[in-house]
Design a binder for this molecule. Sequence first.
Ligand SMILES: Nc1ncnc2c1ncn2[C@@H]1O[C@H](COP(=O)(O)OP(=O)(O)O)[C@@H](O)[C@H]1O
Ligand SMILES: [Mg+2]
Length: 431
Amino acid sequence: MKILIIGSGAREHAIIKRLAQDSQVYCVMPKKNPGIVKLCKKIFLADIENPLAVTDAIKGETFDLAFASPDAVLAAGVSDALIHEGIKVASPTKAAARIEWDKSHMRKLTEKYSIKGRIKFRLVKTEKEARETIEEFGEVAIKPLGLTGGKGVKVSGDHFQRIEEGMEYVHSLLQKDKIALIEEKVEGEEFSLMCFSDGKTIAPMPPVQDHKRAFLADTGPNTGGMGSYSTGAILPFLEQSDIDEAHEILQRTIDAMANEGTPFKGVLYGQFMATKKGIRIIEFNARFADPESMNVLALLEGSLSQILMSIAEGKLIKAKFSNDATVVKYLVPNGYPDKPLKDQEVKIDEAAAKKQGAEIYFASVYEKDNKTYLGGSRTFGILGRGKTLDEAERIAEEGCGFGKGPIWHRKDIGTKKLVQKRIDHMRRIRS
Ligand SMILES: Nc1ncnc2c1ncn2[C@@H]1O[C@H](COP(=O)(O)OP(=O)(O)O)[C@@H](O)[C@H]1O
Ligand SMILES: [Mg+2]
């Protein structure tokens, strides 16, 4: 198969690595990602958030299948443009991806269809409404409606303490967007559960836990995700009933979107919170999670090319996964997430990392004169896999040691101590 991928981060590197096992891969990217270039038959350089630039770049070429990957690319309508070119597409249209790029749309949809796991929310347009809402809800999450690369949400108790601080944030959002979303704060343990969907049925992937906060022991600002781990079909702080509930929510959401006339084809990624009262929906994303895609794609048994084709053709095949444990740690630039260094040289000894069992995925980096430079966001995703979480963590941690330059990572991700903290937290929440 000739498959076209749009996107160039570590997530896309992981996708392309799987596809390249049995397909010829082509990729449109804004700058040369040296990890991805090696795996592709041909690359096209273009502004991937501009659908016209993408279709221009691939003029004269034919493909059996295309998959647009990053959130901003989907929100720009790149899948629609590719469909218009007569290509079979396995990623959501702009209308379907709205589940991610418009958080108010997502909350209204879960209300309209009474989808389990929905939470209390209000859209506010004035500071008065915002203050009343915060006073009424108590602890809240304050959100802009659109995409922010995982850096736009502020939660009481976590990112601010007093109402006044929350109101300051509301003020800045209203100035910018004239509207903000306020949700009740839900307490529990978060996890990611993705599924493939052909618009009708779902093929779920194993659950993964991401780490949003920048610093050790879950402190510091929110990031795009500092790393993640998986432990097979279930996470250590979850029960089978939680997984069943999450699957049901994903299926009901797919049904709702089909009913709305915007069927969702692609990867639907549920960000869930396991709470005392069951699973709650934090948000939906219309794409593979990053870093969690690296965890699950390493475990996928069978052909990703075939699965994506089955999505495009509306005849979803089931996906099978190994029960191994995985840990991903992200090496990120000094200063990330607030003031990340850019354009400095970085190196990673892939061969040595591989020898020791780790896999390296190239994220926000670019190649110039045979050297690799920081692109300004997360740098390298380092994956360890093993029969136990301990083994996977050790491999990922050792793998991080092969990165050189002004980069750092969260050493505690996937460690026994941190995972035990999660288990204890969930036990306290449930009791
Ligand atoms: N209602 C909520 N209650 C508690 N925490 C929340 C809530 N909404 C969001 N959060 C926290 O903020 C993070 C980011 O929120 P999310 O809605 O996923 O936005 P985005 O990923 O676009 O930044 C979540 O991963 C979660 O940790
Ligand atoms: Mg999110």
